[in-house]
Design a binder for this molecule. Structure first.
Ligand code: ATP
Ligand code: MG
Length: 296
């Protein structure tokens, strides 16, 4: 199956055979939302999920940064006057050298880091006006994936995922239904009893993606999710994130992985020294330079 031609973010077949292959492989996999899950979501009412998570993008963008500056201490500028908008359902790579502000950008979306000046709006919520007591509710609506997985080491795979459902108030019956389903979707149906230290890095990252996605968040953020993985495993993880994006989830992913970004040809926002130096759709990791005096 080829990528949806209406999807502006879909990898382009002509220029990105590997990305297109990844899309085709993703399409051949079972849907991240099963029929039963879809029916259950309808029964639960999507509104209930929204109320729990605070995110209400409506028709507007999922993320808006307006002249956002973040200063750590007196003289470290992590972000300088950043303005950008990310629509609901987009997939965005954040790239840039070490220290350019990628993690700061991502951590602002969950209000782990607050702007020094300017405004960050997520899912229609102005985060500068969000009461501290509402922050956990905001975070419940955002799935987070990190380079170091951040799994609970003393808990099994099953328990790690179940925990995410417990904190959002699911009952045991719903947990018993949803956990095996999501573990099967990430290819870990037979590893629910293992502890994180009994899994490979790629498997641990799959658990963390299962945990991030089990509540079907509108927004998923990933800070260098393939940073500790070999190229082959990175592609598997990228494929999972791509499938999540295809369910309509907005995905913002910070990465140094040049090869993956080049394969996927999604929107790329490049940061340098805290400023956005490039924001391009269907882009590569680096700007494609036109040869001097030549036509590309
Ligand atoms: N908690 C902090 N306290 C002080 N300075 C910080 C803090 N976090 C980040 N910085 C500084 O802010 C700048 C941006 O850091 P950030 O972690 O956002 O960069 P990054 O693009 O994610 O880098 P990397 O690719 O290495 O992960 C850097 O100069 C960094 O040293
Ligand atoms: Mg970082």
């Amino acid at each position: 199956m080829s990528p949806d031609p209406d999807d502006a973010n879909a990898p382009r077949t002509a220029t990105a055979p590997d990305g297109a292959d990844m899309a085709a492989r993703a399409a051949a996999e079972p849907e991240m939302i099963t029929q039963e899950e879809r029916r259950q979501r309808r029964r639960d009412g999507e509104r209930r999920i929204d109320r729990r998570s605070l995110l209400r993008p409506g028709d507007g963008p999922m993320v808006i940064f307006e002249k956002v500056t973040k200063k750590y201490g007196t003289d470290t500028y992590a972000l300088r006057d950043v303005s950008v908008s990310i629509d609901a359902g987009e997939f965005v790579f954040l790239v840039g050298p070490s220290g350019s502000g990628k993690s700061t950008f991502i951590r602002m979306l969950t209000r782990e880091v607050a702007a020094t000046s300017g405004r960050v709006t997520v899912g229609g919520r102005d985060l500068s006006k969000l009461r501290r007591s509402k922050i956990p509710q905001l975070r419940r609506g955002i799935g987070c994936v990190f380079q170091d997985y951040k799994l609970l080491p003393g808990r099994t795979v099953y328990e790690n995922v179940a925990y995410a459902l417990m904190v959002t108030g699911d009952d045991q019956r719903s947990i018993r239904r949803k956990v095996p389903e999501i573990l099967s979707l990430v290819g870990l149906a037979d590893k629910g009893d293992r502890h994180p230290n009994e899994l490979s890095g790629g498997e641990q990252q799959r658990v963390s993606i299962a945990r991030a996605f089990v509540n079907h968040p509108r927004l998923l953020i990933a800070d260098e999710p393939t940073g500790n993985l070999d190229p082959e495993t990175s592609i598997d993880i990228m494929q999972l994130l791509y499938r999540i994006h295809r369910t309509g989830t907005t995905v913002v992913m910070a990465t140094h992985d040049r090869e993956l970004v080049d394969k996927m040809q999604m929107r790329v926002i490049a940061l340098e020294d805290g400023r956005i130096v490039r924001d391009q759709r269907q882009a590569r990791y680096a700007r494609v330079e036109t040869p001097i005096g030549g036509v590309q």
